[in-house]
Design a binder for this molecule. Structure first.
Ligand code: URA
Length: 232
């Protein structure tokens, strides 16, 4: 897909999200929040769901948690305009409660389609609901600040995921703020690993069939997503 096609696909998904009635959250939302960002990025940030301010603005991460996310991005020399930011659920759960499993399931096709349209090399998960979507069974206390391959059923099969605590968690538990900044430092090197994995897969796909029969030459043999030595 070209960048123009990606943008068109993301905008089409956004238009569907805006009028979606697939789950009960549409009854209490002010505005749906499809996501925001450039179609020319390799990195998607995925949070949990809109809060009060996002529900009013129709944009993700514009409240206090959003200010912290902006600071986190700035700490590595990045800005929101260089990435795509979205959520697991696109409408605010009342009183900012956790999203219910059926609400997450109803909204899942939108995130899957956004992933297909953007085809990010790296998905940064913000919080446990987002992490669970890409790495079911992982525990955030154990995996924050590390990357791994996305679950094949997540819609981001070719991507690496990088787990972070949710920025809002640091608003309640200030000790997590340092952890968030430290974990953010690992994002650029996770992106470099994601690029290396992509390049290895692309060159593997371009190899003549006879060479592909050698298991020892698979890109995964050269790239171990569980090996974080030297990175963190
Ligand atoms: N928290 C989220 O998970 N997403 C937002 O967009 C805002 C706050």
């Amino acid at each position: 897909m070209t960048e123009v096609e990606r943008r068109a696909a993301l905008d089409a998904i956004g238009a569907e999200v805006a009028v979606c009635t697939r789950c009960r959250l549409h009854q209490t939302r002010t505005t749906a929040v499809p996501g925001q960002g450039t179609a020319a990025t390799e990195v998607m940030f995925v949070g949990e769901g809109p809060g009060f301010n996002e529900d009013r603005a129709g944009l993700p991460f514009v409240g206090q948690a959003g200010s912290l996310l902006n600071e986190l991005l700035e700490s590595i020399g990045w800005s929101r305009s260089e990435v795509f930011i979205t959520n697991v659920v696109k409408c605010r759960p009342p009183e900012n409660r956790d999203p219910e499993p059926d609400e997450i399931a109803a909204c899942a096709p939108f995130l899957t389609r956004q992933l297909e349209a953007l085809d990010p090399a790296l998905v940064v998960t913000l919080g446990r609901f987002s992490m669970a979507r890409f790495n079911p069974g992982a525990r955030i206390g154990q995996v924050h600040g590390t990357f791994r391959a996305a679950d094949a059923n997540s819609g981001a099969g070719g991507a690496l995921t990088y787990a972070m605590y949710h920025p809002a968690a640091a608003l309640h538990q200030t000790s997590l703020k340092d952890t968030l900044f430290k974990d953010m430092e690992g994002v650029p090197s996770a992106l470099m690993d994601a690029r290396r994995l992509r390049a290895a897969r692309a060159s593997e796909a371009a190899r003549p069939a006879i060479a592909q029969s050698s298991a020892a030459l698979t890109p995964e043999a050269d790239f171990d997503p569980t090996n974080h030595s030297g990175l963190f």
